[in-house]
Design a protein around this ligand. Structure first.
Ligand SMILES: Nc1nc2c(ncn2[C@@H]2O[C@H](COP(=O)(O)OP(=O)(O)OP(=O)(O)O)[C@@H](O)[C@H]2O)c(=O)[nH]1
Ligand SMILES: [Mg+2]
Length: 264
């Protein structure tokens, strides 16, 4: 076999390398911390930890910036990043997108936390805007369900219940039951921080910046982009309206700048 034939044969065994995301589809990449139940157990406050939350936001910011997404949503140990239909990074190669997004997330979190972690990554494809709205509503419902379960579970554990007792006390129980359980311990679920119950969003906004043009010797106003942070997301229909607004490239009302939050 000559060198060319050998090269071709070997390349043909890179079997998945030609896979491309469907042209014209909306793309969401979701990364998720690997084994984070164990990783968070001894390192962070339960059920929620502000330090951990900030690390997740920093990771979401890196993904949004480096991959040029239009919207990122984070809850628990996962981050979803939305890309427009015309997004063409890495020629829409599935292998590249999945591996590089997992790599960006793992490296960013590891560097910021000074502890090695891994993220997995997957791709979701949406045929139209309605499916994209459903996707984010789905992840937000997951955030709410996990927050209620997490608060109940750790409230029971902190009041002397074993793993088995806490697990069985919550098994197949209704939302009403869980809310009441917390209420009996002086916790009103609806008063807990919105980022815990509804997740957090990051997206781009345009702003005007004053600059100086030395050739014309005058002050000019230039448009710049920066990432906004929304930790007080609405729910259900109102949340879908916010996403619909972003899909239509609308402007969202002023919110605190991410850098201000991370500096706290
Ligand atoms: N202590 C603490 N744990 C958190 C926080 N946010 C998320 N977690 C935990 O992260 C875990 C995420 O769950 P999963 O992604 O389903 O489980 P996993 O262990 O990461 O498993 P794989 O994703 O399948 O690798 C849950 O156990 C959460 O309790 C937090 O703020 N504090
Ligand atoms: Mg995980």
């Amino acid at each position: 076999m000559d060198n060319n034939a050998f090269e071709k044969q070997m390349r043909s065994l890179e079997y998945f390398h030609n896979l491309r995301l469907l042209p014209g589809a909306w793309v969401v990449i979701r990364v998720d911390g690997r084994g984070f139940s164990r990783f968070t157990e001894s390192r962070y406050d339960k059920p929620f930890d502000l330090k951990f939350h900030k690390l997740m936001m920093q990771t979401a910011k890196a993904l949004l910036e480096e991959l040029q997404g239009i919207y990122a949503y984070t809850e628990s140990d996962e981050i979803s990043v939305l890309f427009p239909t015309e997004w063409n990074l890495f020629d829409r190669s599935l292998e590249k997108i999945v591996s590089i997004s997992a790599s960006i997330a793992s490296a960013t979190f590891t560097h910021a936390a000074q502890t090695t972690v891994n993220f997995d990554s997957r791709v979701w494809l949406g045929a139209n805007k309605a499916q994209v709205l459903d996707y984010f509503r789905w992840r937000q419902a997951d955030a709410t369900r996990c927050a209620l379960n997490g608060w109940c579970y750790w409230t029971l554990r902190k009041t002397g219940h074993s793993v088995a007792q806490a697990t069985s006390a919550l098994h197949s129980k209704s939302v009403g039951f869980k809310n009441e359980l917390l209420f009996q311990q002086g916790i009103n679920f609806n008063d807990l921080p919105a980022w815990q119950r509804r997740g957090t969003a990051l997206y781009w906004e345009e702003y005007e910046k004053e600059g100086y043009n030395p050739i014309q010797n005058q002050t000019v106003v230039v448009k710049r982009r920066r990432i906004k942070l929304d930790e007080d997301l609405p729910m259900k229909d109102a949340y879908q309206e916010l996403i619909a607004h972003l899909l239509n490239a609308g402007q969202v009302e002023a919110l605190p700048h991410l850098a201000d939050f991370l500096a706290v």
